[in-house]
Each structure stands twice: as C-alpha cells, then as structure tokens.
Design a protein around this ligand. Structure first.
Ligand code: ACO
Length: 324
C-alpha cells in the first residue's frame, strides 16, 4: 500500500510588520478591540515587488531544504491560493519555473482559507494512485492586495504569507493508520458563497478594484459548527480518539473560532497550535505557517499525531489526520 509522509515543512512571512497600533493610525480601531475579538496582534505585508509566487518560492525552498531533497526530484506541485499573481498561467507553473523544475506537473487549487487542506488531500490521493512520488504542496497569499484598507471590519483580520510541505510516497506493508497521512476529508456548500467573498473577476467585471466582503457573525457560526462536525466524522472513520491527538493545527483565522471549536470538540486547549497573533489570517498559508513555527520551537515532534483543519469562503472546509 502506498502512503504519503511529510518529508519537509517550510514557511515564509514577509519582512514588513503592521501592528494593530499601526492600523489604528488610519482607521477607527484599537489594539484592544482587535486583540479582544480576534487574538490578532500583528500581520506581515508583502513588499510592493513581492508577488504570491515569490512568497511561495521562499517557503518552498525552506521545505525542500528541510526534506533534504533537490527540487528536480519533485514531480508534482499543487499550490493553493485565492490571490494568484495573474488570471493565467497558474501561480504553480511560475513556482515550477522559479524552482527550475522541467518535469512533472503543476497546478493551482482555489478553495480560499481551506485551500491548503484541499491541496494536501489532493496530493495524498495523487500519491496513493501511484502516479507521483514527491509532491510540493504550497499555500501562498497576498491578501493585503484585496483588502479595503478603509474598512475596519475586514482590514484588521488578514495578512500575507506562505507555507509548504514536501510529501513523499512510501510503500507500507500495513493498511493500518500508523504512518504518514491517515485520512482526509473535504467539503463545500455554495449556498453560503455570499457570506464571504471578493467580488469581480474576468467574467464578472473589468478593471475594477476588488475587496473582501464578509458577514462576520455568519462566518463565525458556520466555522465552529462545520469544523466540529468534520473533525468528528474524520475521527470516527479513522477510529482515532480525540485524546490520541497530540496537536491540533487549525487554520489560523481567529482565536475565538479556535477556542469555540476546541470547546465543542472537548479538545484540550493546550494542544492547539496558535500563531494567529503573529500573522493574522493568511488564508491558505496559515496551516503550514503554524505547523512550521510549532516544529521550529520544538512543540511538534516526529511521530506526533496531528489533526489539521480549515474553514473558508464558499463555504469550504476540511480536515487531515496524520502522523508527522
Ligand atoms: N475596530 C473597532 N470597532 C469595530 C471594528 C474594528 N476593527 N470592526 C467592527 N467594529 C465595530 C462595528 O462597527 C460594530 O459597531 P456598532 O455596534 O457601533 O455598529 C461593533 O464593532 C460590533 O461589530 P460586529 O461586526 O457585530 O462585531 P463582532 O462581535 O461580530 O466581531 C468579527 C467581528 C471579529 C469579525 C467576528 O464576527 C468574527 O470573528 N467573525 C469571524 C470572521 C473571520 O474570522 N473571518 C475570517 C475569514 S473566514 C475564515 O478564515 C474562517
């Protein structure tokens, strides 16, 4: 049986930091309001000349180094983003070219904040098909470019960043859930597409600036509800108890969503990896960024059982259960 194991993890946050106090200089808000409602302290902002593909490249190089492989060994790149460099070609093929890879395939996945979970699940299934053996999975975003910096209800929530995993195929003698990615599940319900969106696009409008719109309370309610349900489903099919999870690595949107989800799942709060305070919501990048940080500071170790989960616009949501 073929299984996918995580060989390497890397992340990149742009140099420029924008604190809550910095934002309160140009919109009517405060550190107290932002931190109290979201747990966010600061976010990173890409330089004018940095595109989503540049952030993706920096994170990928770190993941490749961590995996101790050469870029030429990678036979598939799956890049999750909702802020691509351009309409086409995909950001994934730009990354492929930056890495000087001439082999295999590269494509983008668009599932907004659930993008990394969708990409990881897709990569795992491609590996299990036996067709690919080393897959670079990336989440990369430049949300600073789609934020209305005059809208205090959304501009405080997001930031820029990128994170990446290298997945490798291994042959396993066991069908048990005992190594690499155990299982994954992805879901969507387009009925809720108007609750969180960034309008515009080539088919809808031309030459207009497009910004995020959100019904915060609805997003909050569904995020907690749907993430809880999907995690319970995944644990049930995998026959893993919530107590067996060493670390919960959720999409970093908002501390209150994380706390409420953990409470509903009766999950020990000390097992949640939280980095949203440092970089705000980086959409599809947030899970690998959080994971890399937790590995660097020695929290997540090889052999730990991890539960990754996300919720985002669409609505989309999903979860992945794995042994690191
Ligand atoms: N600073 C100060 N006041 C603000 C700000 C701000 N940045 N933003 C809104 N307010 C004001 C509003 O104008 C309103 O004022 P009013 O009572 O005078 O009208 C008041 O604060 C309350 O506004 P609400 O929108 O009702 O605030 P709420 O308690 O719902 O908190 C929040 C807003 C934090 C966005 C919350 O709804 C939430 O966490 N939603 C989840 C959204 C999220 O995380 N989205 C991320 C993308 S989706 C994902 O990744 C899962």
């Amino acid at each position: 049986m073929i299984k996918s194991v995580i060989k390497g993890v890397g992340s990149y946050l742009p140099e420029k930091v924008l604190t809550n106090d910095d934002i309160s200089e140009f919109v009517d808000t405060s550190d107290e309001w932002i931190y109290g409602r979201t747990g966010i302290k600061q976010r990173h902002i890409a330089a004018d000349n940095q595109l989503t593909s540049d952030l993706a490249y920096n994170a990928s190089i770190r993941a490749i180094k961590d995996a101790n492989i050469s870029p030429s060994e990678i036979d598939l790149i799956i890049l999750a983003t909702s802020t691509p460099d351009q309409v086409f070609p995909s950001t994934a093929v730009k990354l492929q070219d930056k890495l000087k890879i001439k082999f295999g395939a590269a494509f983008d996945i668009h599932a907004v904040c659930s993008g990394f979970i969708y990409a990881l699940s897709t990569a795992d299934n491609f590996i299990k098909s036996g067709k690919y053996s080393k897959v670079l999975v990336v989440g990369s975003e430049t949300y600073s470019r789609i934020i209305d910096w005059n809208d205090r209800s959304t501009c405080v929530l997001f930031g820029d960043g990128a994170g990446a995993f290298i997945l490798e195929a291994i042959n396993s003698n066991s069908e048990d859930y005992n190594e690499g990615i155990f299982d994954s599940v992805i879901r969507s319900d387009g009925e809720y597409r108007t609750k969180l969106f960034c309008d515009g696009g080539p088919s809808m409008s031309r030459d207009q600036l497009h910004f995020i719109s959100m019904d915060g309370k609805e997003v909050y309610k569904h995020a907690v509800e749907k993430q809880t349900a999907i995690v319970e489903d995944l644990l049930k099919t995998s026959k893993i108890d919530i107590e067996d999870i060493d670390w919960f690595v959720p999409h970093q949107a908002n501390l209150r969503i994380l706390d409420a989800t953990a409470k509903k799942l009766r999950l020990d709060k000390n097992k949640i990896i939280i980095t949203v305070d440092q970089h705000a919501n980086t959409s599809s990048a947030s899970i690998p960024v959080a994971m890399d940080h937790a590995i660097q500071i020695g929290k997540i170790k090889r052999g730990d059982i991890l539960l990754l989960e996300a919720f985002g616009a669409g609505f989309t949501w999903g979860a992945v259960l794995l042994k690191y």
